[in-house]
Design a protein around this ligand. Structure first.
Ligand SMILES: Cc1ncc(COP(=O)(O)O)c(C=O)c1O
Length: 328
């Protein structure tokens, strides 16, 4: 029989699928890793399961305890799902810009959701980051703290990296990944570099985020607001290991959203805005590569989370992202 006893057994081992959009036919092989095939629909199932299981195994957490974190949404549903299976309570803080679909999904797994105002400064006590830290401190909640938790990186070092290496038969030459906390990029990139130091690790950052300047020039600038969710940051995170970055590519909201929509309409792969950003960067990389190269990009979550956003024509038009004549 091929059966499973727990939803947690279905985390990881996500498929690699050929990507054609933007890749020259006589150019490199290009694949995307569909992290939306994880139970709650994003790569975050890997880190929440790894971190909570490790804490349980080490006696730092027990059933009935409360776990908390701040999130752009995906870690929220992953945390809530894993917590519910492990008999834990969960609280999530998230900013106003998080889509209704994501907030409803988090609640559907039984978590309490605290929506915080958009704040200028990361350290603003009213912002989702500081509210989570304060509540954890005041109530003794287990703080997942994904931005700085090295177990976030470890989760991808022991799962995402080895899966990519195995599923490409060790032929991968270029790894392309969006950076939010930086955990997925840093964990998988470290593993792939250990296997073959010639593998090129390409980080994808949205325009407006501070990461690109920090990675290129070790300078912390003031970022500006952008709409793509899950990647980019206004602070340097501990989960990002810049020494592993061979190249960083910045992508605009407009290019991210339009690429995600194009791929959904032409290849039936419905990813979120950060997947569009990764696919856009893969096109840039592929333009200078031949058939001997093999690119793998991370599609972190699914388009179904953004039906009221980048997959909504009015929303796209309102924000000036929809080109006059949409490519079909
Ligand atoms: C949609 C989306 N893309 C990409 C990422 C980046 O993942 P990481 O936090 O591991 O850098 C995230 C993280 O939340 C995400 O939600």
């Amino acid at each position: 029989m091929r059966v499973h006893e727990s939803i947690l057994e279905l985390i990881g081992h996500t498929p690699l699928l050929r990507l054609k959009t933007g890749i020259p036919p006589d150019g490199p092989a290009a694949y995307v890793k569909l992290e939306f095939c994880n139970p709650t629909g994003s790569l975050k199932d890997r880190i929440t399961y790894y971190i909570l299981k490790k804490a349980m195994d080490e006696g730092r957490l027990k059933p009935g305890d409360t776990v908390i974190d701040n999130t752009s949404g995906n870690t929220g549903s992953a945390l809530a799902m894993v917590a519910s299976v492990m008999g834990l309570k969960s609280i999530v803080t998230t900013p106003e810009k998080t889509s209704k679909e994501k907030i409803d999904l988090i609640k559907s797994y039984g978590a309490e959701v605290i929506i915080t105002p958009e704040v200028e400064d990361h350290d603003d006590p009213e912002g989702f980051f500081m509210v989570a830290r304060r509540l954890a401190e005041e109530n003794g909640y287990f703080d997942l703290n994904q931005y700085h938790n090295q177990d976030n990186v470890e989760a991808h070092y022991i799962s995402t990296g080895p899966e990519i290496w195995e599923d490409t038969g060790g032929r991968i030459t270029h790894f392309v990944c969006g950076i939010g906390t930086g955990g997925c990029f840093s964990g998988a990139a470290r593993f792939l570099k250990e296997k073959n130091r010639d593998v090129q690790n390409i980080a994808v950052d949205p325009e407006g985020s501070i990461f690109a300047e920090y990675i290129r020039h070790n300078r912390e600038i003031k970022g500006y607001a952008y709409k793509v969710e899950g990647i980019g940051s206004d602070v340097v995170t501990g989960a990002l290991h810049p020494h592993l970055v061979d190249e960083v590519i910045t992508v605009s909201d407009k290019d991210s959203f339009n690429r995600a929509r194009l791929i959904a309409r032409t290849e039936g792969i419905s990813g979120g805005g950060s997947s569009g950003a990764v696919a856009f960067a893969m096109e840039k990389i592929a333009a200078n590569l031949g058939p001997e190269a093999l690119i793998v990009g991370i599609f972190a979550d699914a388009g179904i989370r953004y039906l009221s956003k980048c997959y909504n024509d009015n929303w796209m038009r309102q924000h000036g992202y929809l080109p006059e004549v949409e490519v079909n």
